[in-house]
Design a protein around this ligand. Structure first.
Ligand SMILES: *Cc1c(COP(=O)(O)O)cnc(C)c1O
Length: 647
């Protein structure tokens, strides 16, 4: 599988249909190929079978009418789609984690979709179940997991992947308690206090599973974990997540019956990453209080600022807790956004490169211009430490450039699946054994080991095919992702150097937040002379509306972005730095405690050429000027009508 990754020459522009459908001829040819192959497949199936629909049948009035109506509805749909869809393919769109999707994935999706495989069970998806397992292992390999022992699969998105991470963390936490409930297994953990039982390390618990299986009592005991008997309120301890978390973690605690009140939110530091010092303090305080820690979550690429948590510190903290206090916990990484960037650190042999070699390689292979250094050292260390986490969420439908719905979860030790699966525990093992012997999987029931049931095999085909064409290494995905990182960096430079816009004698400057860990940029406009943060927020909120589908026209809009509020609740007083950069007084921040910013995940591959970027920026400046003018016109109109009312 990994050998397939050896393909050093990728042309990034040849991977996408392109903003002007530059690859239209090829794309159409391949689409046509998919369709004709499929039709051939149908007609060649038992050619001796009689025709069930005759030519005469097809000339019947209702028959023709049905076809006409089919066409009519498709016309309607197409017209709806063309009027109100978001033009993600264009660099004029810089907002959510969306860009053009890979041609290979779109084609593979359509091709597989026509066969309608259901990856719930291999019986309904003999081809695509295997592809899903391969694609999952591709991601495991990228994260540095040992593919002989790891396991990964596709989910509908990062949300469900997070649920699944918490699901296994929850079930594993209760296994030692279950073991103590069964007379035949108590001996395994005798003399342990409940506190000790709730603080065993993940690998220690997984070794116990092996023991229970040998005695053939695993399934009985599995039923005595929370999956069979439920959870006593608050017993499993706290889930530690950064304040910058995605809200799927709140939903996860709700759905899994763990209770949102058992979330401990870790504050972030000035760079919007989890504050490592405070994380340590929190963990030590919980240990002192005898409170178990269900799991610690680190975010690799936060949804709002793209910050990359210090994963290495989390892993080291766990080691320290094990050594000093005999306390351990599950570690999950939410890398829904930036997970695919791990490809940027791997060479063609799938080795994680040394930092110095990496920077050299980026320049010699032309991934980054000479004067650009990415990543920061601590970001590098975070990606390196991913291989130590118990599970990782990653979204192919974000930075994997794959169409929806494609999330994924990778687990370091596949034995963990037995805690959530709904088939006899040995089946999975047996299948894996068979797979090793015959290189063939049979009767894999994904649906019984994962959160979802029926699901599109087409998604698996899309992810699998993308990984075959674009290797998960520096010269594959690395090149594609670097294009966005370059553009994000240039955008920030331009914003910082931009002269104020002067419109009807009012002046507006533009301010960017400091260089991000990945390719999410946050910026805002600022009217010079205004001292009210409230007014400032209104200005940017209105600008967002003018630059989004809220303006009522996505297709004819000149620039589309997204936005967010950096609030005290989520980020403490850290946004104060941004307020100060924008020259608002501290008291304004303490009064409003929220700052509205425009937010853009810069994912486009089209602007990595400096000349293209310069043209783009010049045009963008004009667009910004237009938007500001529009805003002032609105204000003038409003003032005018207020004036009339006052009279
Ligand atoms: C996008 C995102 C999610 C949720 O993923 P979906 O694919 O939208 O379900 C979770 N966590 C983070 C950090 C994200 O950026």
């Amino acid at each position: 599988m990994i050998n397939n990754f050896k393909n050093s020459k990728i042309n990034v522009d040849a991977l996408f249909l392109g903003p002007k459908s530059e690859n239209a001829v090829f794309f159409k040819e391949m689409m046509e190929y998919s369709v004709s192959e499929h039709m051939h497949w149908r007609s060649s199936y038992h050619p001796e079978d009689p025709d069930l629909i005759s030519t005469v049948d097809r000339y019947a009035p209702e028959y023709r009418d049905t076809l006409y109506r089919t066409e009519g509805i498709l016309n309607q749909l197409s017209s709806k789609l063309k009027t109100t869809s978001v033009p993600w393919f264009s660099p004029r769109y810089m907002g959510h984690m969306n860009a053009d999707t890979l041609m290979i994935s779109n084609l593979a999706y359509v091709m597989a979709m026509m066969y309608n495989p259901n990856n719930c069970a291999q019986e309904s998806s003999p081809t695509t179940t295997v592809l899903e397992i391969e694609a999952g292992l591709d991601l495991c390999a990228m994260f540095g997991y040992d593919v002989q022992h790891a396991w990964g699969h596709i989910t509908s998105g990062g949300t469900v992947a997070n649920y699944e991470g918490l699901w296994v963390a929850r079930n594993i936490k209760t296994l030692p308690l279950a073991i103590m409930q069964h007379p035949k297994s108590q001996y395994l953990l005798k003399d342990k206090t409940e506190k000790e039982l709730l603080n065993l390390s993940v690998s220690a618990v997984l070794d116990l599973i092996d023991e229970l299986k040998k005695q053939q009592i695993f399934e009985e005991i599995r039923y005595l974990t929370c999956r069979g008997v439920g959870i006593e309120q608050g017993k499993l301890g706290k889930l530690l997540v950064p304040q910058s978390k995605h809200y799927s973690w709140m939903k996860a605690m709700d759905i899994l019956g763990l209770g949102q009140q058992n979330i401990v939110q870790l504050p972030v530091d000035a760079s919007y990453r989890t504050d490592v010092r405070k994380m340590r303090e929190t963990v030590f305080t919980l240990i002192e209080q005898g409170e178990p820690i269900l799991a610690v979550v680190a975010v690799v690429g936060t949804t709002e600022t793209g910050a990359i948590d210090n994963v290495r510190e989390v892993i080291e903290l766990r080691r320290e807790c094990e050594q000093r206090f005999g306390v351990s916990f599950y570690v999950h990484i939410d890398a829904a956004y930036a997970g695919y960037a791990c490809a940027m650190f791997r060479d063609e042999e799938n080795q994680f490169m040394e930092y110095e070699n990496l920077l050299q390689c980026y320049h010699s292979e032309g991934l980054f211009p000479e004067n650009m250094v990415w990543p920061k050292r601590d970001v590098y260390e975070s990606f390196k430490a991913l291989s130590q986490a118990d599970s990782i969420t990653v979204d192919p439908h974000k930075v994997g450039f794959i169409p929806y719905a494609a999330g994924a979860i990778c687990m370091k030790d596949k034995r963990i699946v037995d805690l959530v699966s709904y088939h006899a525990a040995y089946v999975f093992e047996e299948v894996q054994e068979k797979q090793r012997k015959t290189e063939k999987t049979q009767n894999v029931l994904l649906g019984s080991s994962i959160m979802e049931g029926s699901k599109a095999g087409a998604t698996a085909a899309a992810v699998w095919a993308a990984h075959r064409l674009v290797p998960l290494n520096v010269l594959g995905y690395g090149k594609v992702i670097a294009a966005g990182v370059i553009t994000a960096n240039w955008m920030i430079d331009k914003i910082n150097q931009c002269e104020p816009f002067i419109i009807e004698e009012r002046q507006f400057s533009i301010i960017a937040m400091p260089t991000p860990d990945f390719h999410m940029i946050n910026f805002m406009f600022r009217e010079i002379g205004n001292t009210s943060l409230e007014k400032q927020n209104q200005l940017n909120k209105r600008l967002y509306e003018l630059c989004s589908y809220a303006a009522g026209r996505s297709y004819s809009n000149d620039f589309l972005t997204s936005s967010t509020s950096l609030t005290y609740e989520e980020y403490g007083d850290n946004p104060l730095n941004l307020c100060r950069d924008a020259q608002f007084s501290d008291s304004e921040w303490h009064k409003v405690r929220s700052i509205y910013v425009l937010r853009a995940a810069v994912m486009t591959h089209c602007l990595r050429d400096r000349a293209h970027f310069e043209t783009y920026w010049a045009e963008l400046k004009n667009i910004f000027e237009d938007k500001l003018q529009q805003l002032i016109n609105e204000e003038n109109k409003l003032n005018h009508s207020n004036y009339k009312i006052n009279i």
